[in-house]
Design a protein around this ligand. Structure first.
Ligand SMILES: C[S@@+](CC[C@H](N)C(=O)[O-])C[C@H]1O[C@@H](n2cnc3c(N)ncnc32)[C@H](O)[C@@H]1O
Length: 248
């Protein structure tokens, strides 16, 4: 019975069934297949390979499980700023996201990997392709956070933003934090910190301050730091920390 359900558009399914299906897909078929597919196509980034930097398989699970836990059973959209080949965007659909969206500055093969992963979704009928990644987009040139076209106008879906942004220019991170603070639908932000003492955003407090200035200017609730996750990078195995901030 569940197998048949996998082949239907989840948005035609009643809410209880959608929830059940999410449980079935969570961490199993969807994640395993997608991870293998991205790996085969070279879409998992090792910082040294020029394809950006992706967490290891276990760390990607840790990040996505944290997002799912923090967002509870709510309908949410996953956003990756600096999405690379879109691996986290795709995988978030296996961890409770109803839609997923990303932007990526570079396009040096990343987009073709993303398009192929989308084909895999469609071919297997696992879920409706509720993901969208736009390439050649600089976050600092945007006036709002990206949103998946799947989300109809006026859609009030809660949003979780992920960004492995330590390689971003300070001005780009500052702009991103402002977009996050001003978007009242964003409930969760997971990010890496800038490197070194000279970096304006090298502490979670500095990131929190920047986001909360923007939140205050729009009378939105502030964020508080609620956890930090130690992750390993795909390929090099380098250890990094990502910080989790939750809107009060
Ligand atoms: C560490 S990688 C993370 C890739 C992806 N999230 C993943 O997990 O595989 C960071 C990405 O951010 C992109 N990036 C850097 N500055 C950016 C900007 N201003 N706007 C959009 N993307 C940017 C880089 O090109 C890079 O692909």
């Amino acid at each position: 019975m569940w197998y048949r359900c996998l082949r239907m558009n989840l948005h035609q399914a009643p809410a209880s069934l959608t929830c059940h299906l999410t449980t079935i897909l969570r961490g199993r078929l969807c994640f395993k297949d997608l991870w293998a597919y991205f790996a085969k196509l070279g879409g998992l980034g090792d910082c040294s390979s020029g394809m950006s930097g992706t967490c290891s398989k276990a760390s990607a699970v840790l990040v996505l499980e944290t997002v799912q836990k923090e967002m509870g059973r709510d309908d949410y959209e996953f956003i990756d700023i600096g999405a690379g080949s879109g691996v986290m965007v795709a995988l978030s659909l296996c961890y409770g996201a109803s839609s997923a969206v990303g932007i990526e500055l570079k396009n040096e093969g990343q987009e073709s990997v993303y398009l192929k992963s989308r084909e895999l979704f469609i071919r297997n009928g696992i879920v409706d392709p509720r993901m969208l990644v736009s390439y050649g987009v600089d976050v600092s040139s945007t006036s709002t956070l990206p949103s998946n076209l799947y989300c109809e106008q006026g859609c009030e879906r809660k949003r979780a933003v992920y960004s492995f942004c330590d390689g971003f220019a300070e001005v780009d991170r500052s702009h991103m934090f402002s977009l996050i603070g001003r978007d009242r639908q964003v409930k969760l932000f997971i990010c890496s910190l800038g490197k070194g003492r000279g970096d304006k955003f090298s502490t979670p407090q500095a990131v929190e301050r920047s986001i909360n200035n923007a939140a205050a200017s729009t009378q939105n609730e502030p964020f508080i730091a609620c956890a930090k996750l130690v992750v390993r990078m795909f390929g090099s195995g380098a250890q990094k920390t990502v910080h989790v901030l939750r809107r009060l």
